[in-house]
Design a protein around this ligand. Sequence first.
Ligand code: SAM
Ligand code: SF4
Length: 349
Amino acid sequence: MPDAATQTPILAPFPAPTPAPPPSRLVDPHGREITYLRLSVTDRCDFRCVYCMDPDQRFAQRDQTLTSAELLAVTRVFVGLGVRKVRLTGGEPLVRPDLIELLHALRALPGLEELVLTTNGSQLAARAHDLRAAGVRRINISLDSLRPERFRALTRNGNLGQVLTGIDTALAAGFERIKLNTLILGERNGDEILDLVRFALAKGINLSFIEEMPLGEIDRRATDFYSSERIRALISPHFPLVPTTETTGGPARYYRIPGSPTRIGFISPHSHNFCADCNRVRVTAEGQLLLCLGQEDALDLRALLRRHPGADEPLRAAIIAAMRMKPAGHRFEIGVPAVVGRRMNLTGG
Ligand code: SAM
Ligand code: SF4
């Protein structure tokens, strides 16, 4: 009789189970692959836009927001999981003092193909060339009015001249693409739609109109809803809009104006739900992983980062597991109070 050491193990006829290969892609339960991360690098801002913040907005304590090393670690893990595009946003990313150093570090991540940024433009005059040199290829600049007084009222303290100089500096800095983002807030700026199109045409840059989303309890929401269709109908008699299938990998639907490089986009969370093609997640300045702009589901990455400093694996495992929670879509409804208490400055617009 063989002794115990030489006995054939019970499972010998079966091959030893091989561990499942670790996923190198993030796919949610609805079959959507996540390749795009929107990273909020600060919740702070030099503006207080009426649809985004309160006049006396309070911000997170500095030790509650992610450090540059933590932002880099989170991004490294996402890029290792197949994310190819990262957009820095906020709050206003340019108020972060170490932004340029952070960009240089992010740009060096192998596998990251696109590093882009959204800004209110207030500091572009001084920083556009640095951003370009740090590897930012495309920028979005928010602009809701071309009238100085109105601009100041909508942003509560913004200086339009400074932003326009910033746009010109960005043009000179040679970004591959510049896009203006405009929120039409009913009667407050609906009369500027054509002026904004003319401005984009004159500069040879793109322009997207965004429908306002009910994020946070804000009592100054537009009362007169301008759907994308209404804006398009207003533009069409003056500038023919030819639909194009071109995409920047986001939710906008684009139109060309013949004879011009300018494309007009519409981001229509209400009138044209884009959730079926969602390829993105967000990380807030406080390190919350948000699986959907319009839902509350979140995972606290900051806690993991601080519990396991320097270790990517716990973060990686948690992010993979979190994808199972990604909802099918948002639940915004016109005229219905916010289902999401979080403001856009925290969400990372
Ligand atoms: N501060 C930068 C800026 O303004 O471009 C980046 C962050 S901001 C939150 C990003 C974008 O979110 C802006 O274009 C802004 O117009 C948009 N936004 C803010 N609140 C919004 C809301 N309630 N609905 C739709 N878009 C909103
Ligand atoms: Fe600041 Fe952008 Fe929010 Fe305006 S929309 S308050 S610029 S973060």
